[in-house]
Design a protein around this ligand. Structure first.
Ligand code: BGC
Length: 250
């Protein structure tokens, strides 16, 4: 099935048509900056622009950098507070006139990796982390997602993981990769103590330059970059939309 995946992140809105039988991108990736003002009408206008760019009229999967249950936004750390409790999927359906599924960005990235990427057929506990503007998490036990976990908000020595070790923090504080890696190591080793995972998969901005950062990270659990790199959110959004679309038509 061909589905439009749209990943709304802290700095960019990224989209592509996705082949949901393989997870591969079927078009050029289209990226526009996330507006400074992330009020619903501004984001809706950008999504409308993306849909027009592809002249698309089929199902759409959209991620938000917040937990989302049944299309409803559950918190607003990264987007305007007027999104709180908003039914995002209905809003996006009204502006695009297409069936829309909305999910958390990290859960989407995780689903892409579990279905077609590094987590494929992986038994046990797999933790997928998106390290970019924030730190997002997706937890899978034997391939089944526990949705809307927020491991980036766990405090370690009084500072949340996302404030301590996101890519945004690296840029803002001008940290060298080696120093940033040690902060990530502290975060990952805390997760090891809490969850004892079998595998960490890293998506988001960090995954694009994993070879420059991972060598400095010394932990017990295997650590791999996402196969879909920073496109995992786009692919996962489309996969979630397919799942929902199929349930709807059955
Ligand atoms: C949000 C998560 C999101 C992550 C990555 C965090 O600040 O709370 O829901 O997955 O950022 O965008």
């Amino acid at each position: 099935m061909e589905i439009l995946g749209i990943d709304i992140g802290g700095s960019g809105i990224k989209a592509s048509l996705v082949d949901t039988s393989t997870g591969s991108l079927l078009s050029e990736r289209y990226r526009i900056p996330t507006p400074e003002d992330t009020s619903p009408h501004k984001i809706l206008a950008r999504v409308h622009e993306v849909v027009k760019h592809y002249s698309w009229s089929g199902p759409i999967g959209i991620t938000l950098p917040e937990p989302v249950r049944n299309g409803v936004v559950l918190s607003t750390y990264n987007i305007d507070s007027s999104w709180l409790d908003a039914d995002a999927s209905t809003l996006f359906e009204e502006i695009t006139d297409c069936p829309v599924t909305v999910v958390n960005d990290a859960d989407a990235a995780g689903i892409a990796e579990i279905r077609f990427g590094e987590g494929r057929n992986h038994k046990g506990l797999v933790i997928v982390l998106t390290v970019g503007t924030g730190i997002g998490s997706a937890l899978f036990m034997n391939g089944v997602l526990v949705p809307n976990t927020e491991l980036g908000h766990i405090e370690i020595n009084g500072i949340s993981a996302r404030v301590r070790a996101s890519e945004k923090t690296r840029v803002e504080e001008g940290l060298k990769r080696s120093k940033w890696a040690k902060r990530l190591e502290l975060v990952l080793s805390s997760y090891e103590k809490l969850f004892h995972p079998d595998l960490f998969i890293i998506s988001g901005g960090l995954s694009n330059k994993a070879d420059k950062t991972f060598p400095y990270i010394d932990i017990k659990t295997p650590l791999v970059p996402a196969r879909f790199l920073n496109n995992a959110g786009i692919v996962g959004a489309a996969l979630c939309a397919e799942d929902q679309f199929n349930n709807k038509v059955v």
